[in-house]
Design a protein. Structure first.
Length: 69
């Protein structure tokens, strides 16, 4: 996820694992992941264009797994 590249086999495995988790718990986990990513991005007090792209990729990935903040 960090490099923005998720192979089809990795995505299939992540989707399968996600289906095993209760939707409310999945939302909680995804929200914590996104909060951690946001914290990392804003640590220097600014958001670059590259970081905007990274945030969008993380949201798209989380969305494909069932929910994104």
């Amino acid at each position: 996820m960090l490099d923005g590249k998720v192979e089809p086999a990795e995505m299939a495995m992540a989707e399968e694992l996600g289906r095993r988790i209760d939707p409310s718990h999945r939302k909680s986990v995804h929200a914590r992941i996104y909060a951690a990513v946001l914290h990392e991005v804003v640590a220097d007090g600014r958001i670059s264009h590259r970081e905007e792209i990274y945030l969008r990729q993380v949201r798209e990935f989380l969305s494909r797994l069932g929910w994104a903040p």
